[in-house]
Design a protein around this ligand. Structure first.
Ligand code: SF4
Ligand code: SF4
Length: 497
């Protein structure tokens, strides 16, 4: 194993020393880091990923346990299973509207407070498994991009393998104010992140692992380095590189990463894998992969940052499907003056009206309580600040006027579809013009047809192709047995302790 280091950065965005005070990004307190939320009920939509809706695998009245599959992919669909994070009883299955406007059936589970685990959830005796088995475990554990993209991880792994990518990128660049959930994972589960990275690299046939992280994250860097040293004897032949970036937002988007690391401007429909020969995963996703490999635990919970406009309240580990209202119940010092609940983080999140009926999903890394900025009828002053900070080099003021005025073709000519909906233009605007959501919403409608790179080239087939295991059966006894086929790095000779 070798460890290298590089300093990189992209232009624009927010710097810590100007518009956005990153010093407010409070480190979490060790006392509350491992706080786990045990909700009374779950709302589990069958659509929590990029792709097709799952089919409920349970019936009303059925009892379920932690780790049990309650939603399975339909044959031939691009989907990964959904599992329960509590034990209890299925009380209803009905359509719900997600905050992003999508409609999905959801399985409602009333908890029994017993925290009974499915018999399949137990440490794997032997993680000396083949690349194909790693792929199957990750697929059947229902793991998706937890940084927000929601693309099934198995799709990206397959794509990386097929395109013969050269580098695995671990995205540790969570950069929204008050969002710390990924850093919680890095500090508390650094060993899982390192072993997960090696497992995923091995599954794709890669040997170079680049860790992208803000240079001010000293504790997290130290935790990762310590984990590498502890794991050194477990594997060899993998080169780890730390790539340090200045703290700014939005540095973790794949397009920003392509520009920063490879000096490539990705066009619509292009992927990191195809153009840059690299595949990137969020660090929480990598942790979830190793949790599935080593503990046989599917993706049933995640770290969530609970914050108000005054700062981060706390990080919790919450079952996926926990209603947002139950998260704020745990944050007892939430400001009573807060008026708006945001599903997601403060720049890119979506305002919701019903926290009792809106759950966190596999992709929800934060929830916020904020006082809404008053709608000000102030006109654009032409100050140009929105253009100065737009990481996609757009002119948000111009695009806003064109889209709001119905001149969409003209907006297209000025690149509206390239907007990544980062929200910094709205944040910086002295007139409080909410242009980011309008431009970002327009851009996402443009991107739906003709599909993103992850639906355009046969990914559905790759979801079905990979595994030694049968679909939606991550928890079968067979899957927990050591693989009989040829052992593949990185697990040769490595036994769990
Ligand atoms: S920041 Fe606001 S006021 Fe300034 S140019 Fe942009 S839209 Fe106009
Ligand atoms: S929301 Fe879109 S237009 Fe606004 S700064 Fe971000 S990328 Fe640019």
């Amino acid at each position: 194993m070798s460890i290298g280091r590089h300093n990189r950065s992209f232009h624009k965005g927010f710097y810590s020393d100007n518009a956005l005070d990153f010093s407010k990004r409070s480190s979490f307190d060790r006392d509350v880091m491992l706080e786990r939320v045990y909700p009374r009920r779950l709302i589990l939509p069958m659509l929590q990923h990029y792709g097709d809706e799952c089919v409920p695998a349970v019936k009303i009245g059925q009892t379920v346990t932690i780790g049990q599959c309650i939603g399975a992919p339909a044959p031939g669909s691009m989907a990964v299973p959904i599992h329960s994070g509590i034990s209890g009883t299925v009380t209803d299955i009905k359509p719900v509207v997600l905050p992003d406007g999508r409609t999905s059936r959801a399985v409602m589970i009333e908890g029994d407070r017993k925290r009974t685990f499915h018999p399949s959830v137990r440490p794997r005796n032997n993680v000396n498994v083949s690349a194909a088995t790693v792929m199957g475990i990750i697929r059947d554990a229902g793991i998706v991009g937890m940084g927000g993209e929601g693309i099934p991880t198995i799709v990206k792994l397959n794509r990386a393998k097929r395109m013969k990518v050269k580098e695995l990128l671990i995205n540790c660049l969570q950069s929204e104010p008050y969002a710390d959930s990924d850093y919680l994972i890095l500090c508390e589960y650094a060993d899982y992140v390192i072993m997960g990275a090696v497992a995923m690299a091995g599954a794709c046939g890669l040997h170079v692992i680049n860790i992208l992280i803000s240079k001010d994250r000293k504790n997290e860097i130290a935790a990762l380095r310590n984990a590498m040293e502890r794991s050194f004897s477990k594997y060899s032949g993998y080169a780890f590189n730390f790539i340090y970036l200045k703290p700014r937002f939005p540095q973790g988007y794949y397009r920003m990463v392509a520009r920063t690391l490879y000096d490539v401007n990705l066009e619509e429909g292009e992927s990191l894998e195809g153009r840059c020969r690299a595949v990137m995963f969020n660090c929480s996703t990598v942790y979830a992969c190793w949790n599935a490999i080593a503990e046989s635990m599917p993706l049933t919970s995640r770290a969530v940052s609970i914050s108000t406009e005054d700062g981060l309240l706390r990080n919790v580990i919450a079952p996926i499907g926990t209603p947002v209202s139950e998260l704020f119940d745990t944050a007892s010092n939430a400001s009573s003056s807060s008026k708006v609940v945001v599903w997601g983080n403060c720049f890119t999140g979506l305002q919701i009206d019903n926290p009792e009926t809106t759950p966190i999903l596999k992709t929800t890394s934060g929830v916020c309580l904020i006082t809404d900025v008053a709608e000000v009828d102030a006109p654009c002053t032409g100050c140009g600040r929105c253009s100065d900070v737009c990481p996609m080099d757009l002119e948000p003021d111009k695009l806003y006027k064109l889209i709001a005025g119905g001149k969409e073709q003209a907006a297209d000519k000025f690149g509206a579809a390239r907007c990544i909906n980062c929200g910094v233009c709205s944040y910086i605007c002295p007139s409080h013009i909410k242009m980011g959501s309008l431009i970002g919403g327009y851009a996402s409608t443009k991107r739906k047809a003709p599909a993103s790179p992850y639906l355009a080239v046969g990914d559905r087939q790759w979801v079905d192709d990979v595994s030694l295991l049968s679909a939606d059966q991550v928890s079968t006894a067979e899957s927990r047995q050591p693989s009989r086929d040829t052992m593949t790095l990185p697990f040769e000779g490595w036994e769990s302790e």
